[in-house]
Every structure is written in structure tokens, then in C-alpha cells.
Design a protein around this ligand. Structure first.
Ligand code: SF4
Ligand code: FES
Length: 253
């Protein structure tokens, strides 16, 4: 473990008073930030400083601060969740930065995720896609019944990997087309791979893709930016599965 140090940093933060307002970057200087603090704790220090100066604190989303909820949607120095791989903003630590660094912080930029205020965006579009079919409505029985259905380990592992998607939206923010295919493919795969999810698989994939298109997300052109920036390492092999599931469902029609 490295020794705790203190950093003096400059921040360029996107400030926007509301969805219809024009935003702009504002610069701030922070002194004595511990390398042991997390990125969000550093923003807490900024907000305490702004409140003391009787200025409006910066609005940003967060909840679990443990890499689970997917709320901490910040674009840091040109990367969703910063440039480290498989790390959420809340798990990013200030030891990854150097004394004197200037850090640029922006909200997700995607037509489907409008800015609410400052760094907070509305990711309700993901909820609408989930409401369109990201669930099972058949009776899967109690725990002993579920255990009675043998599922090969590699299949269970693939389903679990897909289920690790936390719905953060980094894949959309990273994609030049604003595509939600990685998210949708993870949500379709986690169910389509398992017997309980197969019952409604055809209906689900059609409904979720239709909703994704309706909400204005772009198409996938295989740039793999989504996979590179996903904090949970969700693989684009899920997108191939999504396409297969969709073709199968359409052929059934
Ligand atoms: S696929 Fe990855 S980047 Fe996209 S929403 Fe899920 S966890 Fe976030
Ligand atoms: S605050 Fe929950 S994943 Fe970052």
C-alpha cells in the first residue's frame, strides 16, 4: 500500500441549471485532497467548499458507493467512470491522480439521457426498456423446484456474467451512435440463457428492442467502445446473442 499523500487539483466541472438551460464548464481549485479518498468523496469536499462560499453545490448522482447500483454516472477526462478499466466512478480513488492534475468532469452525453442538472442525467429510458420485458412473469416455483432444474455450470456462469450489468449507462455514453445494445443484450441474455427465462424469450427480445428503438437509442456498428468502457466487463458476445434471439423470435412469427 502506498503512503497517503495530499493533492492539489483543478477541476473543470459541467454546470447546467436545468434540462433546457445552456451549460458551461466552471473551474475550481481543491487543496489537500487525500489520495485515500474516493472520487465521490473529493466531490463532497468540493461541495462543502462551495456551500461555505455560499455557492450552489454540484449536483451528481450516487447511491451505494460500492459499485452495485449504477448511479454514479460521470464522464471523467473523456471516459465514462474514468480511464481505469472495470471500475465505477464510486470505486475510483484519488491515488490514481497526480498533484497538479486538471480533471474534467461531464455528465453522460446522449440524446436518450437528458441532463437534469449539472452532472445528473435522466436514465429513465433504461427503466422503460426493462418495463417492456426485462422480467419473468411465469411461475418458476419455490427454491426446491428451481434447484430441481439442472443448469450446466458454463451456462450459469454466462448468465451471471450478463447479470453483472448494473444499468449505469456507460455503454451508451461511450458509443458514438448512442447505442444501448450492450445493456439490452445483457438484460436479454441473463434470462434467455436460463430455462425460467426461455418461456417468454421471444416476446421479451422483441418488446425490449422495439422499446429501445422507440426511445431513440442508436444502432450498434461494432466499435466495441461499450465493452471497453463497461465497468462490469460485460462482453459484446451478448450483443451477438441478442441478435440471434431476435432473429429466432422473428422467424417464429
Ligand atoms: S452493460 Fe456495462 S456499461 Fe452498460 S449499463 Fe450495463 S454495466 Fe453499465
Ligand atoms: S454509487 Fe452505486 S455504483 Fe457507484
Amino acid at each position: 500500500m502506498g503512503k497517503e499523500k495530499e493533492l492539489n487539483i483543478k477541476l473543470k466541472v459541467w454546470r447546467q441549471r436545468g434540462p433546457q438551460e445552456k451549460g458551461n464548464f466552471e473551474s475550481y481549485t481543491l487543496e489537500g485532497i487525500s489520495t485515500e479518498s474516493s472520487f465521490l468523496e473529493m466531490l463532497d469536499v468540493l461541495n462543502e467548499q462551495l456551500v461555505k462560499e455560499k455557492k450552489e453545490p454540484v449536483v451528481f448522482d450516487h447511491d451505494c458507493r460500492e459499485g452495485i447500483c449504477g448511479m454514479c454516472s460521470l464522464y471523467i477526462n473523456g471516459h465514462p467512470h474514468g480511464k481505469d478499466t472495470e471500475v465505477t466512478t464510486c470505486q475510483l480513488h484519488m491515488r490514481r491522480f497526480n498533484d497538479g492534475d486538471e480533471i474534467t468532469i461531464e455528465p453522460w452525453r446522449s440524446a436518450a439521457f437528458p441532463v437534469i442538472r449539472d452532472l445528473m442525467v435522466d436514465r429513465g429510458a433504461f427503466d422503460k426498456i426493462m418495463q417492456a420485458g426485462g422480467y419473468t412473469s411465469v411461475n418458476t416455483g419455490g427454491i426446491p423446484d428451481a434447484n430441481a432444474i439442472p443448469i450446466p455450470k458454463p451456462v450459469a456462469d454466462e448468465a451471471m456474467d450478463a447479470a453483472s450489468c448494473i444499468g449505469c449507462g456507460a455503454c451508451v455514453a461511450a458509443c458514438k451512435n448512442g447505442s444501448a445494445m450492450l445493456f439490452v443484450s445483457a438484460k436479454v441474455s441473463q434470462l434467455a440463457l436460463l430455462p425460467q427465462g426461455k418461456v417468454e424469450a421471444a416476446k421479451r427480445v422483441k418488446a425490449m428492442i422495439a422499446k429501445m428503438d422507440e426511445l431513440g437509442f442508436g444502432n450498434c456498428t461494432n466499435t466495441r467502445a461499450c465493452e471497453a468502457e463497461c465497468p462490469k466487463g460485460v462482453s459484446i458476445s451478448n450483443i451477438a446473442r441478442l441478435n440471434r434471439e431476435y432473429i429466432k423470435a422473428k422467424l417464429k412469427d
